[in-house]
Design a protein around this ligand. Structure first.
Ligand code: SAJ
Length: 419
């Protein structure tokens, strides 16, 4: 009999839902569990509640053939995969309440031989805390090799997929699998190999937790370098895009792109999981967070100065999402900038966001209007380019020539072509 026949995925968000659908498409029976009844209702009807290429067709297929079912109440399974949010609080401290609530939700259902996997980004030591919490509540179970008691396995396997490419990255990316014991890691490895084409590399739970945090802190630090460089270039009145383009011709240099700050639910948050735990050691990481946040404040200052110089101008805010070609507004610097300006200048602010059908309430309440890009370029005198959506890249120079532009993404530079 196969080792893993039924999988319970707890949390049907950006990671849990695509993972549940993918596993279901590989012949395993999957139950998706979410405390949000409206998400459960949507998925039960074969629809999805997030925008992600190729996910709708996959979910529709596995729900209609019965391999994925969804519910608000947990069910017994061979594998329990936890993919719930791990936000930070107002003091940048990790909030693990959803993870621990998920553990409490399933603990009475656990049976000998079960595999419990945490996928949520978490501080070092979280998987050990989960194992401890399970054996405290279930003294009949032990974690790892049997020790006179019925044994279960507990492992950490962080997701590392890029929004917009989730399905293909779930299959093709290498995975780092950390066990509480070697046996736990091996079992989780066997499970992931059933649906992952990339390498599944085993390690300890603590190392795997730090690997995930390292990946996002590394990217945050690299973006901070680019943002700091953009501030230095402004000081010298030198074009940062040209400097980066030329510096990147060095074979071992690859400066990332500056922007209006760093958004999304990962890169702007995960470094705090290290900084909060070891503040005296994580100095570069902390400064990087500060530089990236400062960049958003600087763009607001520059925009306000420009608008104050043009008292009758309408202002097009091009983009609200946290990055190109997605509809996700979480931690979005573009939304923060637009909200600040909407509060200050009300209906003079025009919003262009091709990936949203309606304005978020934080903007709607200030009487601002949503427009297509063509209309905004035509009816405004100032444009803030906040997100490098494809629709904006295609706006021809002739339609932008009359505008005062703050181009935070470097796509409206119209630099001379160098050969
Ligand atoms: N950004 C820049 N300049 C750049 C690159 C990105 O300003 O050169 C900004 C983006 O505009 C955005 C933010 O950084 O505001 C983050 O975007 P991203 O595309 O770098 O990353 P995410 O948040 O969509 O996904 C990241 C990925 N992590 C890494 O690349 C190390 C992804 O693989 C993770 O799975 C995901 O975080 C996660 O869930 O942790």
């Amino acid at each position: 009999m196969p080792e893993f026949q039924k999988v319970a995925v707890i949390g049907l968000g950006y990671i849990g839902l695509p993972t549940a659908a993918l596993i279901a498409s590989r012949g395993m029976r999957v139950v998706g569990i979410d405390t949000n009844a409206s998400i459960v209702k949507t998925v039960a009807s074969g629809a999805i509640h997030i925008a992600e290429p190729d996910l709708d067709g996959l979910v529709q297929k596995v729900v209609s053939n019965g391999s994925l079912t969804v519910t608000t109440e947990p069910e017994a399974a061979d594998v329990f995969m936890i993919a719930v949010p791990t936000p930070i609080d107002s003091e940048n401290r990790p909030d693990l309440s959803c993870v621990m609530a998920a553990v409490d939700h399933i603990v009475d259902l656990l049976a000998p031989g079960n595999l419990v996997i945490l996928e949520s980004t978490s501080p070092v030591g979280t998987t050990e805390k989960i194992a401890q919490r399970i054996v405290e509540r279930r003294p009949d179970l032990s974690v790892g090799p049997p020790n006179g008691k019925a044994s279960i396995s507990v492992a950490y396997c962080p997701e590392r997929v890029l929004p917009g490419r989730i399905i293909s990255e779930l299959v093709n990316n290498d995975r780092c699998i950390g066990g509480i014991t070697t046996m736990c890691a091996r079992r989780a490895q066997r499970f992931y190999k059933m649906f992952v084409r990339g390498a599944c590399v085993a390690t300890t739970a603590r190392a795997a937790e730090l690997v995930k945090l390292t990946e996002n802190a590394y990217r945050d630090t690299n973006i901070a370098f680019a943002n700091e460089l953009s501030i230095i270039c402004d000081h010298y009145d030198i074009n940062v895009w040209e400097v980066i383009d030329l510096a990147n011709r060095h074979p071992r240099v690859n400066v990332l792109r500056p922007g209006p700050g760093v958004g999304g639910h990962c890169i702007a948050i995960d470094p705090w999981f290290i900084i909060d735990a070891v503040p005296e050691l994580a100095r570069v990481m902390k400064t990087s967070r500060e530089v990236n946040n400062r960049k958003t404040a600087l763009i607001i200052e520059r925009a306000v100065a420009l608008i104050e110089d043009h008292p009758y101008a309408n202002v097009a805010c091009c983009g609200l999402a946290f990055k190109a070609n997605v509809d996700d507004l979480r931690e979005s610097p573009a939304l923060e900038i637009a909200s600040h300006l909407a509060e200050k200048y009300g209906p003079r602010i025009k919003i262009v966001e091709p990936n949203l059908r309606q304005l978020p309430p934080v903007l709607a309440k200030h009487g601002v209007e949503m427009m297509e890009i063509d209309q905004a370029l035509h009816s405004c005198e100032i444009a803030l380019l906040l997100v490098d959506h494809d629709e904006f890249k295609m706006a021809p120079l002739a339609e932008r020539r009359h505008l005062d532009v703050i181009d935070t993404r470097g796509i409206w530079q119209d630099m001379p072509v160098r050969t």
